[in-house]
Design a binder for this molecule. Structure first.
Ligand code: NOJ
Length: 532
């Protein structure tokens, strides 16, 4: 939301939206980078870690925002983008102009272009290399991401000191933790000539965890680590590194399950994950601000998904691995499937993460380049610019979606608030119900076998309390028998479902489901609210 009418969303506007966000039932806001930036990668190219980009407000506005959020019981976590800086960061400017500057060693240099310079690009097809020659520095610098994002040298104690200071600074200003951007690359030592006495780079994650916990005991670290399941323990440690990781493998499993109308890919993805420390949590998401990466699947599985969800590969596919669309267009705006997908996200063991606009089913704009297609302004109302800004439309950083079924005139918050059947009202209800069911988040999960390949059924138990969720990934209605193994469960209470169903009585637990139907059930009766 743009608070001052210049066409750019800002802290003033965001602060005005806090009642909406808390009304939805959100408990924590993840703020993407808001630091001063040349904005070549939507703020993931930081020029100053200790400030707010003037286009978005001031530090004063930030603190006001934090205060308003706190008053509404909302926590705030922020992006910690310290794998790299912007090329325009004063550290890089000093490093490139003076070989003897103390900032030279903040970055990763080579006199000759390394032989593997054309390997390991994060944005293949767009990014040409991971090493670029800098005329001023008379050397090559390493960059995992775009060439305007030089990697920091994490083995340099002075860099580590700076990262602690950055974390400490924002913790003092009231944030409840960080999303660690590009965590696997932050700890990698690639390209660094002298790695000193660092034997295990993952120990750095423990160091930042220690700092965080000393400074603020209830703060968390949520890592963006799209890694294989064998690598996961490097990030969670023994409960002494990251608190949370995004579950990229489950995300990709959900997509395959949706494409095949079969439950198995979800089961396999969940089972592939190792046991994690009790204090650890998975973060489940459907879409984020990046491409829908399918990198953890096989080439054949990727093709299977692309054939359905990105039929026009030229337009919809990016970086050889993912889809640059939001969810509703993938599912032909079929509301049954959209709700089914979010119902899955909300019931998988872990913490659900929702991105702005998902709650109203926003679409994408494929005319925008790369990942910008899914980064269009929030559609608040049918007013000019979707109520996002009072500026002239051409002043907006990115155009609002105006045409078609996803256009702001019909698809917006105000319209959906009025409509009791809207996705927004469904989402609010689903989030409220999810909060009544801590078992889904914290419990031990178990698969419930059914004989139907399209049905994913699981039970979660926490503090002797049990909930069950059943999802039908196929278009055809079905009836399944659940073997709950609960001798004392007199009946199952429907908590949330795609429609009114007959109550389940008796001990055979025969459960009906419509096509793309879902049911959340509490075992054992009562009010359906967890008993102490
Ligand atoms: C991961 C972020 O999600 C992405 O948007 C960004 O481009 C890279 N990290 C680089 O910071």
């Amino acid at each position: 939301m743009d608070g001052n009418g210049d066409g750019i969303g800002d802290f003033e506007g965001l602060t005005q939206c806090l009642d909406y966000i808390s009304g939805l039932g959100i408990t924590c806001i993840w703020l993407q980078p808001f630091y001063p930036t040349p904005n070549q990668d939507d703020g993931y190219d930081v020029m100053d870690f200790y400030s707010v980009d003037p286009r978005l407000g001031t530090l004063g506005d930030f603190v006001e925002f934090i205060r308003y959020a706190r008053e509404r019981g909302l926590r705030v976590i922020i992006d910690l983008v310290v794998n790299h800086t912007s090329i325009q960061h004063p550290w890089f400017q000093a490093a490139r102009t003076d070989k003897h500057s103390k900032y030279r060693d903040f970055y990763v240099w080579a006199d000759e272009k390394p032989a593997d310079a054309e390997e390991g690009m994060i944005f293949p097809g767009v990014q040409k290399s991971t090493w670029t020659y800098d005329e001023q520095a008379e050397a090559y610098y390493f960059h995992r991401f775009y060439e305007y994002q030089p990697d920091l040298n994490i083995t340099n104690p002075a860099v580590r000191e700076e990262i602690y200071k950055i974390m400490g600074f924002w913790l003092e200003l009231g944030v409840s933790g960080f999303r660690i951007d590009a965590a696997p690359f932050l700890v990698e030592l690639k390209g660094i000539k002298d790695t000193g006495d660092i034997k295990d780079p993952y120990l750095y994650l423990k160091e930042i965890r220690n700092l965080l916990s000393w400074r603020r005991g209830d703060a968390i670290l949520l890592a963006e680590a799209n890694v294989s399941m064998e690598d996961v323990s490097n990030y969670f440690g023994d409960g002494d590194k990251m608190h949370m990781l995004f579950h990229f493998v489950a995300n990709q499993g959900i997509m395959l399950a949706l494409a095949r109308s079969q439950a198995n890919p979800i089961v396999e993805a969940l089972k592939a994950a190792p046991g994690i420390p009790e204090i650890g949590q998975w973060a489940h998401f459907i879409r984020n601000h990046d491409e829908l990466s399918l990198d953890k699947l096989t080439a054949a599985q990727r093709d299977e998904i692309a054939a359905q969800f990105a039929p026009d590969k030229e337009k919809m596919w990016v970086y050889d691995r993912g889809i640059r669309r939001r969810l509703p267009p993938l599912l032909n705006n079929d509301e049954r499937r959209i709700k089914l997908t979010y119902s899955l996200m909300l019931t998988l063991p872990g913490t659900p993460v929702l991105r702005y606009g998902e709650e109203i089913g926003m679409g994408d704009d494929l005319s925008l380049k790369e990942r910008n297609s899914t980064r269009t302004p929030m559609q608040w109302s049918s007013e000019k610019n979707g109520g996002f800004s009072t500026a002239a439309p051409e002043k907006l950083v990115r155009p609002v979606i105006t045409t078609g079924e996803y256009g702001y005139k019909q698809l917006n918050v105000v319209a959906q608030r009025r409509d009791p059947m809207s996705l927004l009202n469904w989402m609010e209800r689903a989030i409220r119900t999810r909060k009544d069911c801590p078992e889904f988040g914290w419990g031990k999960w178990q698969l419930i076998e059914t004989e139907n390949k399209s049905v994913f059924a699981h039970r979660c138990e926490w503090n002797k309390s049990v909930v069950v969720a059943i999802h039908n990934l196929a278009d055809e209605a079905c009836t399944v028998k659940l073997d709950l193994g609960e001798s004392d469960a007199e009946y199952l209470i429907d908590l949330l479902s795609d429609r009114q169903y007959q109550p389940i009585v008796g001990s055979s637990y025969t459960v009906e489901l419509q096509g793309y139907g879902y049911r959340w059930l509490r075992v054992g009766g009562g009010l359906g609210i967890r008993k102490k």
